[in-house]
Design a protein around this ligand. Structure first.
Ligand SMILES: Cc1ncc(COP(=O)(O)O)c(C=O)c1O
Length: 382
């Protein structure tokens, strides 16, 4: 098991702050918006009327039904709220429960490289082994090609983990890309864990598609994981959900019932309202992310334009310095915190992840420091 990159960097940040450094962070994937008031009020109302007892461990009926409604409305997917949906403590617990339910000792799990770095430890905890699938950068986008999937495959591969929109690289998989992935899963009898947590945050005509919507046949071999953390700025509420075949959801439910036992009842009530209530709060947040994305692209010529999510990768591949060294210099000498691309796998080497989940003065100052810092480091090492 390993701490996530963000947690490891946070420890460095605290040490520098203790020495008096004033740091600006463009590191975390944590929206800076308050949770929309109608959702907060729903939680308070629910707690006030006594919805404070143990929840149904599968998820409260009202929330499972809201999830089913949302999956049909936004993703064109039909899932039975009685048997095919599980409410979890964030996407994190959904990922954990799916891996625990499906991965046995010695199974291999295909993981895009680079990718969000909190899949690896639970894969190992489940007894699995990570098999990276190298990504390619084609026309300024990180992509997973059918050839890369095929050459990473081995007979021990049980599952592919897919994240679209893709953290950290910002790619939103197209229909053609998803069809190729679905075809690979079918042909090689590989299960699919599809993490769609950034689905609502897309730009410039890109739109999230669930792989399950492009190929119906995937339904029997896929678990969809999602949460309200990013879409509704609810990271601290720890509320998410999964959809999948009834037998897999049952296995995940048994794991949940022996561990987290699900999110608080009144939080589930508020989440149900978030999913089924007015969605204008989401489009307002996405419009603001879109402005921040434009600012990042305007200020940093090295920034790659993300299709979705709230990260941009700075392309420093032509530099001779390792990305972790550039990150350290930026933090120690220029007071701005980013994440080195290599934290997400060797395929991320030569890039830096910049988050625009926080905006306003923080983003303005962070970009000024980044721009000046990158210029100085480049000149010193030219
Ligand atoms: C790709 C991805 N999946 C899952 C998570 C965890 O989400 P949650 O807050 O719902 O546990 C994150 C958080 O940063 C993420 O980036």
């Amino acid at each position: 098991m390993q701490p996530t990159a963000v947690n490891a960097i946070l420890a460095e940040v605290r040490a520098l702050q203790a020495q008096g450094h004033q740091l600006v962070s463009l590191m975390r994937g944590e929206p800076d918006f308050p949770t929309p008031p109608h959702i907060v009020e729903a939680a308070a109302r629910s707690a006030a009327v006594g919805r404070t007892g143990y929840p149904d461990n599968r998820g409260e009926k009202i929330l499972r039904e809201a999830v089913a409604q949302k999956l049909q409305r936004d993703n064109g997917l039909r899932y039975n709220p009685e048997t095919e949906i599980l409410v979890t403590t964030g996407a994190t617990f959904g990922i954990y429960a799916a891996l625990m339910a499906l991965i046995n000792e010695g199974d291999e799990v295909l993981l895009p490289d680079p990718v969000y770095d909190a899949y690896q430890s639970p894969i190992r905890l489940a007894g699995g082994r990570v098999r990276p699938v190298p990504s390619s950068i084609i026309n300024g986008r990180f992509v997973l090609t059918a050839e890369a999937l095929e050459s990473s495959w081995s007979p021990a591969v049980k599952m592919l983990v897919l994240n679209t929109p893709w953290n950290p690289v910002g790619t939103v998989a197209t229909e053609a890309e998803l069809l190729a992935i679905a075809d690979f899963c079918e042909r090689r009898n590989v299960l699919l864990l599809t993490d769609e947590i950034y689905e609502a945050i897309t730009y410039a005509g890109h739109r999230h598609l669930s792989p399950l919507a492009v190929n119906e046949a995937l339904r029997d071999r896929a678990v969809l994981v999602n949460s309200l953390s990013k879409t509704y700025s609810m990271t601290g509420w720890r509320i998410g959900y999964c959809a999948g075949p009834a037998d897999v959801i049952q296995a995940m439910y048994l794991i949940l019932a022996q561990s987290s036992r699900g999110p608080a009842t009144f939080i589930q009530d508020a989440a149900a309202l978030a999913l089924t209530g007015p969605q204008v709060c989401v489009s307002e947040m996405v419009a603001e992310y879109s402005r921040r994305r434009a600012l990042v692209l305007d200020r940093l010529p090295e920034a790659m334009a993300p299709d979705g999510g709230f990260f941009s990768m700075l392309d420093l591949r032509h530099w001779s310095l390792p990305s972790n060294e550039v990150r350290r210099k930026l933090m120690q000498e220029h007071g701005v915190v980013t994440v080195h691309g290599s934290a997400y796998g060797p395929g991320g080497e030569g890039t830096l992840r910049v988050s625009f989940a926080s905006g306003g003065k923080n983003l303005e100052t962070g970009l000024e420091r980044l721009s000046a810092g990158l210029r100085q480091i480049r000149e010193a090492h030219a």
